[in-house]
Design a protein around this ligand. Structure first.
Ligand SMILES: [Zn+2]
Length: 484
């Protein structure tokens, strides 16, 4: 096929090149960038609605590799639109689960409000008596206060139990997937500890055996009994113990440097591993912190509906198949950017290694969930209605009323594409701030049909992708400024 045949699919091929660079050219610096960004907490500047939706998006996937994109149209009722990459995700099961999330979160929020009222009243009373400095608000001699805190804890546990009732398998599989590498890390620690002082090695030993104990208990489904109370711990608390270990100063001082040494040799990263395991707990906490805030707590009282967007299958575009075809495609970069490939053969080789003809066959693929969700909203005219009603909003500068939240960080192609669709002015939701500029994914395909034609973004998007890929290739020294 001539190069011109590929120009129509430039966006998809650019995304494929970026993805291949990512997979083949990773050095340890870049890998640590990716890990750091993946572990980044949700930005504090996001509105409460977006934060809670991000938390909820993360609490929806039932399976390890399931990706969920979620949007809520927040007018006088809540309309949730959910798109899952997993074919087993079904509407009645999802609706029951989300209703449970919504109800238990609402119970927690209403209770939180009444306990805050209690403590505010108490503080005022103490202030009036001139005694607020010596008394701690919420202390033990306040029986009603302690009761309220106990109830609040119980409601948070109820919410967590509901989540783990669905997501337990995800945590277990996350542990099992890298269990062998974790064991190798433990042996590595044993080796390193022989050259250490007794105090340091005892601390490391204690932390690693606790980690191992909790991880094994979750993986095998064996109960963990709490010392002192004799109670069997729920998964939420076992994971919380793991979280507590990784936050300790000793862990940061002693364990992290060793885990970096091990990562450089084997690519197993303990921090990343633990981060993925405690993620559901973090999302539960985020939901419980943010949901009581103004902007979200009101929504919990509204009626809501859930729509599961149907999957969209399509034939993937075909990538260049021969060295000459790839070369012709890449040459296109050189002229407009005044660049020259230092080693064209090498990069073509990498592309051919990544995309063998078997991988670029024509079996149907799905769009990424973010794109599927948007396509559905477009086709069912939800976007159109939101755009039409936008001027009627009380405050046009107020926060958006449609957000996209994703359970995973969206890939670079999706985040740029959605940006180019026109943002708020077309009622388009924004992807928030979780794109990191490194995460590429292929197969990736731009939505065809109405959405693309209406918003005419392909040109702008492919310029952006071209710039981005040139930047990456320059970073690796395979593309340099052309000689005059
Ligand atoms: Zn994507």
């Amino acid at each position: 096929m001539a190069t011109s045949g590929y120009l129509e699919n430039a966006e998809e091929i650019l995304s494929a090149i970026a993805s291949a660079i990512d997979r083949n050219q990773r050095n340890s610096n870049l890998l640590s960038d990716i890990i750091d960004t993946a572990c980044k907490p949700v930005s504090p500047h996001l509105p409460a609605q977006q934060k809670v939706l991000l938390a909820i998006a993360d609490l929806l996937p039932q399976h390890l590799d399931e990706r969920v994109a979620l949007t809520a149209h927040l007018d006088n009722r809540v309309r949730l639109f959910v798109c899952s990459s997993h074919p087993s995700c079904d509407n009645p099961g999802l609706a029951t689960y989300v209703s449970g999330l919504w109800t238990t979160l609402n119970e927690f929020v209403q209770h939180r409000k009444s306990s805050r009222r209690h403590f505010t009243t108490k503080k005022r009373a103490l202030e009036a008596a001139g005694d607020s400095k010596t008394k701690v608000v919420g202390d033990r001699d306040d029986e009603r206060g302690s009761e309220l805190l106990r109830e609040e804890r119980a409601l948070q546990d109820k919410f967590a139990d509901h989540v783990y009732g669905r997501c337990e398998g995800r945590v277990r599989h996350e542990i099992i997937r890298r269990r062998e590498q974790f064991k190798e890390f433990l042996s590595f620690l044993d080796l390193k500890m022989t050259g250490m002082g007794p105090e340091r090695s005892a601390t490391i030993k204690r932390m690693s055996s606790n980690l191992n104990r909790y991880l094994e208990a979750i993986a095998n489904g064996t109960p963990v009994i709490e010392e002192g109370t004799g109670k069997t711990l729920t998964l939420y608390y076992i994971v919380a113990f793991l979280d507590r270990i990784r936050r300790k100063e000793d862990f940061k001082k002693l364990m992290i440097p060793l885990s970096i040494d091990f990562r450089n040799e084997t690519s197993f990263d303990l921090s990343f591993y633990l981060h993925k395991i405690v993620r559901i707990n973090e999302s539960i906490k985020l939901a419980c912190i943010e949901a009581p805030r103004t902007g979200f707590s009101e929504l919990l009282q509204l009626e809501f509906t859930i729509t599961l967007c149907p999957p969209v299958y399509q034939t993937p575009i075909s990538l260049p198949g021969t060295p000459q075809e790839w070369k012709n495609f890449l040459r296109k970069f050189e002229k407009p950017f005044g660049m020259r490939f230092v080693d064209m053969d090498n990069i073509v080789d990498m592309l051919l290694r990544t995309y063998t003809p078997a991988q670029s066959d024509s079996r149907p693929i799905r769009y990424h969930t973010e794109i599927e969700l948007l396509t559905y909203l477009y086709q069912t005219k939800v976007l159109e209605n939101i755009a039409a009603n936008a001027p009627a909003k009380k405050d046009p500068n107020s926060d958006e009323d449609l957000f996209i939240a994703t359970s995973h960080q969206p890939c670079l192609a999706c985040s740029h594409y959605i940006e180019h669709l026109g943002g708020k002015k077309h009622g388009m939701p924004s992807l928030g701030s979780r794109s990191d500029g490194y995460r590429y994914a292929f197969p990736w395909q731009a939505p065809g049909g109405g959405l693309e034609n209406t918003y005419r973004v392909k040109r702008a998007f492919s310029d952006e992708m071209t710039r981005n890929i040139c930047f990456r290739l320059k970073k690796y020294g395979v593309l340099v400024k052309a000689d005059k």
